[in-house]
Design a protein around this ligand. Structure first.
Ligand code: FDM
Length: 225
């Protein structure tokens, strides 16, 4: 038996970071010590390069930044597995799904069907990472998200890009749900994040609690392999 690996994904302004920390606090209140993680992890050397790129302090080729985001996850891959095997649940704010959704959304004006970085190319460096047991996709329409206070200053915080990102998250989710292999890893659940914060938090809790209580029988799976 081991602890579960739970990933929370979503668009900017979907309340993802708030929900991740509400969940963490609720687990603590129940006496469960979970590890809170976040990607990109801007504290590592690779993470600092990513941070500088996201703030537009540096320019990098699209392929290079994609591979750095993935490398940032690989830096922590064995640590993730160790924690789960030692019985510590992980709650993670963004993972490989953000990696694909953002990179594969680059450079697709509606007039040209081909993206700069093809979907399959974007997926490949993350194949074999520790697979989450559950992905909660906090879904909100970009027009709605914008009403929550507007996007920030960082590179990807633009409404048009967010709409394309949402489309790729939806594709990832439907591919995961159509997966015929059992047990399916990860299990993808779309949560309507346009609702009141407390309502969303209760739904998130109802999905996470059984995994944390019952724990997981199978070893940590490998993502997409
Ligand atoms: N992002 C995040 C990516 O483009 N690729 C990735 O692999 C990950 C994990 O980085 F716009 C993007 C998503 C977001 C930006 O994320 C920073 P935070 O959650 O705002 O720090």
């Amino acid at each position: 038996m081991r602890a579960p690996f739970i990933v929370i994904e979503g668009l900017d302004r979907s309340g993802k970071t708030t929900q991740t920390s509400l969940l963490h606090t609720r687990l603590e209140a129940e006496g469960i010590q979970a590890k809170l993680m976040k990607f990109p992890d801007r504290t590592t050397v690779i993470g600092q390069m990513i941070d500088s790129y996201l703030r537009s302090d540096s320019e990098l080729d699209d392929h290079v930044i994609h591979l750095l985001f993935s490398a940032n996850r690989w830096e922590l891959a064995s640590y993730i597995t160790q924690l789960l095997e030692a019985g510590t649940p992980i709650i993670c704010d963004r993972y490989a799904f953000s990696g694909i959704a953002f990179s594969a959304s680059k450079g697709i004006p509606s007039s040209t069907p081909s993206p700069k970085l093809p979907y399959e190319w974007c997926r490949s460096p993350d194949i074999g990472l520790p697979a989450p047991d559950l992905v909660l996709f906090l879904d909100i329409a970009p027009e709605r998200a914008k009403l929550r206070g507007g996007y920030g200053e960082e590179r990807y915080e633009k409404e048009e890009l967010q709409a394309r990102v949402r489309g790729i998250f939806q594709r990832l989710g439907s591919e995961m749900q159509n997966e015929t292999q059992r047990p399916v890893r990860p299990n993808w659940v779309t949560v309507d994040a346009g609702r009141e914060r407390k309502v969303v938090a209760n739904e998130v809790w109802s999905l996470v609690e059984p995994l944390v209580i019952n724990r997981i029988d199978d070893p940590v799976a490998k993502l997409w392999s």
